[in-house]
Write a protein that binds this ligand. Structure first.
Ligand code: AVJ
Length: 312
């Protein structure tokens, strides 16, 4: 018990206790991604109904020569997130940067994937940075003179509400500097049935991903939440243009977390994740508000997903 308690991030405890006591109960989405959560998300990306990963990967294969032609030679690529095993090699293959700087909060995962990239691309210098990219951090001194290309795929920007998303984009601009570039993936608005199917599929992996948060709370914060008292729900919030994940109480339920008592009425929910979807104009306005001027944009033929190159 003590052994696990020692490793618990105090911010997790604070976020859960404050979040579940709020008028609209919610827990920040980043706590979904513990080891098990990251494995489940990986499984999600391989589901037939979860189109973003397949669509973006196919789109990148097509467009990367065009991207590379707009990127100066001798560039340093800075990826926000440790990088996916498939998308990152595609980018590096096309752009052939001098340096690759993956930035991730998880040191173990970062070192593993950085070593893999270094093995695949012996001519690219790999300089991983352990940091939460949503908080201030510094790039290695050694790349200060290089032209820079930020890479932020996967529609991860969609996890942030627009106010926070623009703050994040501005912090990327401050970090990379005027004249730098950003290649970002953004999921598009599309028919609601397809959006809902991507976040609530028959295989039940997204449900397990969402419910894993409760298991994590029970394990790390000494909770006794009965898992069968909550079910996964994906909702489309039209006015805010986003998919929301919720954990909905299937009956009146009370439980304890870290010696604090909580009660949820049947049908009430814990909001666990947002995934904002943008139309063509909206995505460009968001980038502009964040200090980035779009210079080229690519969409798959169905218009499901966009990759946009911008300049600071
Ligand atoms: C990794 C945040 C882009 O919002 O589509 C997938 C996470 N959540 N299924 C997304 C997620 C449920 C994903 N992002």
């Amino acid at each position: 018990m003590l052994e696990t308690a020692e490793r618990v991030d105090p911010a997790f405890r604070e976020d859960v206790l404050a979040g579940l006591s709020a008028p609209i109960p919610a827990v920040p989405a980043r706590w979904l991604y513990d080891r098990r959560g990251s494995e489940l998300f990986d499984e999600i990306t391989r589901l037939p109904s979860y189109y973003p990963t397949q669509t973006e990967t196919a789109l990148l294969k097509q467009i990367l020569p065009g991207v590379a032609s707009r990127v100066p030679s001798g560039t340093a690529v800075v990826e926000f997130g440790a990088g996916s095993a498939t998308k990152t090699p595609l980018l590096l293959e096309a752009v052939r940067p001098a340096v690759y700087v993956p930035v991730d909060i998880s040191g173990d995962y970062l070192r593993e994937s950085a070593a893999e990239i270094a093995g695949l691309f012996p001519s690219i210098r790999v300089e991983p940075v352990v940091a939460d990219f949503a908080r201030p951090f510094e790039l290695p001194e050694s790349i200060s003179a290089f032209p820079k290309l930020g890479f932020f795929p996967g529609s991860t920007i969609g996890n942030f509400v627009p106010r926070t998303a623009t703050d994040l984009l501005r912090s990327f601009r401050d970090l990379l500097g005027v004249g730098s570039q950003l290649l970002i993936g953004m999921d598009r608005v599309k028919p609601i049935n397809r959006l809902l199917a991507a976040y609530d599929e028959p295989e039940g992996v997204t449900a397990a991903f969402n419910l894993n948060l409760l298991e994590r709370i029970n394990r790390e914060l000494d909770g006794d939440i009965p898992l069968d008292a909550f079910r996964h729900e994906a909702r489309w919030n039209d006015i805010l243009s986003r998919i929301e994940m919720h954990l909905v109480a299937t009956r009146d339920v009370s439980f304890t977390i870290a010696d604090r008592r909580f009660s949820f009425a049947s049908g009430s929910s814990i909001h666990t994740e947002n995934s904002h979807k943008y139309g063509p104009r909206g995505s460009r306005v968001l980038l502009l508000a964040g200090g980035w001027t779009p210079i080229a944009e690519w969409n798959d033929s169905a218009g499901d997903f966009a990759v946009i190159l911008s300049e600071a």
